[in-house]
Ligand binder design. Sequence first.
Ligand code: B12
Length: 119
Amino acid sequence: MMLPKQGLRILVSGTASDSHTWNLVFLQLFLEEQGHPVTNLGPCVGADLLAAECLEHRPELVVLSSVNGHGYRDGLTAVTRLRREHTLDDMPVVIGGKLGVAGSRDPEAAQRLRSAGCR
Ligand code: B12
């Protein structure tokens, strides 16, 4: 894929219940190394704060990261809240890390996240 010269303006964020930070730092450094300017909101970001920051920064991509095992539940709440902001309809939201505690992929959970507005 050809990237725009300036890269994408990316907002990286932890999820509401997740206090882990190195995942966020790693993602920020990795994305910056690829040429993308990154705003990192840090850990424990609730859905309303995330929406407010997205309205202010207007990122071209939101990267949600969770590793504490509540990524599915927190992510669903976050993306559902973001999709209430119709001026952000074009803003892609992705989520990754560890979305549950089972240690295996859950295709149904992934599908529910996509249906709620993740890509
Ligand atoms: C360090 C650590 C902590 C530190 C965090 C310090 C800090 N400031 O961040 C402390 C001690 C505070 C901590 C606390 C807890 N932890 Co902890 N922690 C870890 C540990 C050992 C390392 C995590 C880390 O920093 N990794 C380094 C980063 C760079 O890698 P990463 O986190 O894996 O992130 C990468 C990938 O996940 C991926 N990724 C992440 N997000 C995204 C997003 C996208 C879109 C993509 C593509 C990729 C991606 O890319 C990242 C970079 O490579 C892991 C175990 C392990 N070895 O992974 C447990 C672990 C994550 N912790 C765990 C748990 C349960 C907790 C607690 C809930 C424990 C408790 N009962 O209190 C609390 C969290 C409380 C909360 N409210 O969130 C569990 C999670 C279980 C699960 N998901 O199934 C783990 C896996 C340990 C375990 N095996 O049980 N923890």
